[in-house]
Design a binder for this molecule. Structure first.
Ligand SMILES: [Fe+2]
Length: 435
């Protein structure tokens, strides 16, 4: 049974949660609706954001044709950087300002959608770049008002960026991954066409699916909203408000679908049912973490991807070492959930059961192992790296991995336990290898 009990016993804690619903259209072929939707949003001239690898695909062609048929003027920007930086966000902003658009459409993965969010923000409400960036790296100035309409069209079943108000990037001068988080950044509409994932290589599907799986598990086990300090004003309640009854619903179903379809979607690109169901799981998990927030596995992932040495996974462009986002997250997850289960054994047992594990006879003290072992089983079955050692790190790297993520407080403070430097060290040490 879904555990939905939230006790209001913490003085000074929040006593309400908000549901920021995402306005989505889901279904095969729905990218062709882009023009009609843009028109209905009053957009006369639209910036189309995509990247060099996607610009010649049928997905972008479908969107462009639909916009043209609707009589919407197009300004095409195909220079989005995969793994965006402050520089690439600024370049996208300059394009948007010069192009003088009154709306945005992004066609791509999380990098493309996030870049369109940032370009929309800074071109609509110009400011010093660090003003809107999360503290402590930036000044965390609240976004002053609504942005221009943004239609997000994801082409991977992973990031969930189309449903969230978060844009992540690398701040080059500090070599740190950080982001901008505001409800105002959430795309106005999302067009989620599961057919867009049919051409993705198996390893890309697998990495994205584990991102989905961890979004759902982290949101489900996040510190409950009833334990987060009440906001200074209702309008200041963060999107990362902690686990709540609304996000629990999406997490449970996303995990059930991941447990059923993840292996199939990776094993066979022609398994349309599995790839479609995984896209729906991604959408549900995106809505959930957009309202609850992730925690330690994502907080720890920033240094795992940022300190990459020479890891080059199959299915990704050759030449540049990269730990894809989903891999940089999932290598941490089993170790984290082994530790966080002590605070919330019921929710960790729920997570294992949603993913298909038989935990009928498991004791609360076994919750962490039960969940971790089910994740590890799925990782092994789909060719994921064997923990941090599988992406090129060893015990000697733990100190730098900790230093690179200890400041990700927005994420670490959303965990169900207090995470200091010592705990973080133990979490990385436990993630070195799993089998
Ligand atoms: Fe993620």
């Amino acid at each position: 049974m879904l555990c939905q009990h939230y006790e209001h016993i913490h003085e000074g804690a929040d006593s309400a949660f908000s549901v920021d619903a995402s306005n989505i259209t889901f279904g095969a072929g729905c990218l062709a609706e882009a023009g009609d939707i843009a028109k209905s949003l009053g957009i006369a001239r639209i910036a189309v954001f995509t990247d060099a690898g996607l610009v010649a695909t049928e997905h972008v062609a479908t969107v462009l044709n639909s916009l043209k048929a609707a009589g919407v003027d197009i300004a095409l920007y195909d220079d989005v950087r995969v793994e965006p930086t402050d520089e690439s966000f600024k370049a996208g902003t300059k394009f948007a300002m010069d192009a003088n658009v009154d709306g945005f459409i992004s066609v791509g993965g999380g990098s493309v959608i996030d870049t369109a969010k940032a370009a929309n923000l800074y071109s609509t409400h110009p400011a010093e770049f660090l003003d809107y960036v999360n503290a402590p790296i930036g000044n965390a100035v609240p976004v002053p008002g609504p942005l221009k309409p943004h239609i997000a069209c994801p082409t991977t079943s992973g990031t969930g960026s189309e449903c969230t108000g978060i844009a992540v990037f690398d701040l080059l001068e500090m070599q740190a991954k950080t982001g901008i988080a505001s409800k105002m950044l959430r795309p106005t509409r999302a067009l989620i066409d599961p057919d867009a994932t049919l051409t993705l290589p198996a390893n890309v599907v697998a990495a994205s699916a584990f991102d989905v799986l961890s979004h759902a598990l982290e949101s489900y086990t996040a510190r409950p909203y009833t334990q987060r300090p009440a906001p200074s004003a209702p309008s200041a309640r963060p999107s990362s408000q902690g686990a709540n009854p609304w996000s629990d619903l999406g997490c449970a179903e996303a995990l059930r679908l991941a447990g059923l379809y993840l292996e199939r979607a990776v094993a066979d690109a022609n398994d349309i049912e599995a790839r479609h169901q995984l896209m729906w799981a991604s959408t549900l998990a995106g809505i959930a973490f957009g309202n609850a927030g992730c925690h330690a596995p994502h907080g720890m992932s920033y240094s795992v991807s940022g300190l990459v040495r020479d890891f080059q996974p199959a299915g990704y462009p050759l030449g540049e070492p990269i730990v894809p986002h989903g891999m940089s997250v999932i290598v941490n997850s089993p170790s984290v959930f082994r530790m966080t289960a002590a605070d919330q054994p019921d929710r960790h047992l729920d997570g294992a059961r949603f993913l298909g594990a038989d935990v009928a006879d498991a004791a609360p003290s076994e919750a962490g192992d039960a969940l971790s072992e089910r994740i590890i089983e799925l990782m092994k079955a789909t060719g994921m790296p064997n923990g941090l050692s599988g992406v090129g790190y060893g015990p000697d790297d733990v100190t730098s991995l900790v230093a690179g993520s200890i400041n990700q407080r927005r994420l670490l403070d959303n965990a169900p336990m207090e995470i200091d430097e010592q705990i973080l060290t133990t979490m990385y040490e436990g993630a070195i290898s799993y089998w």
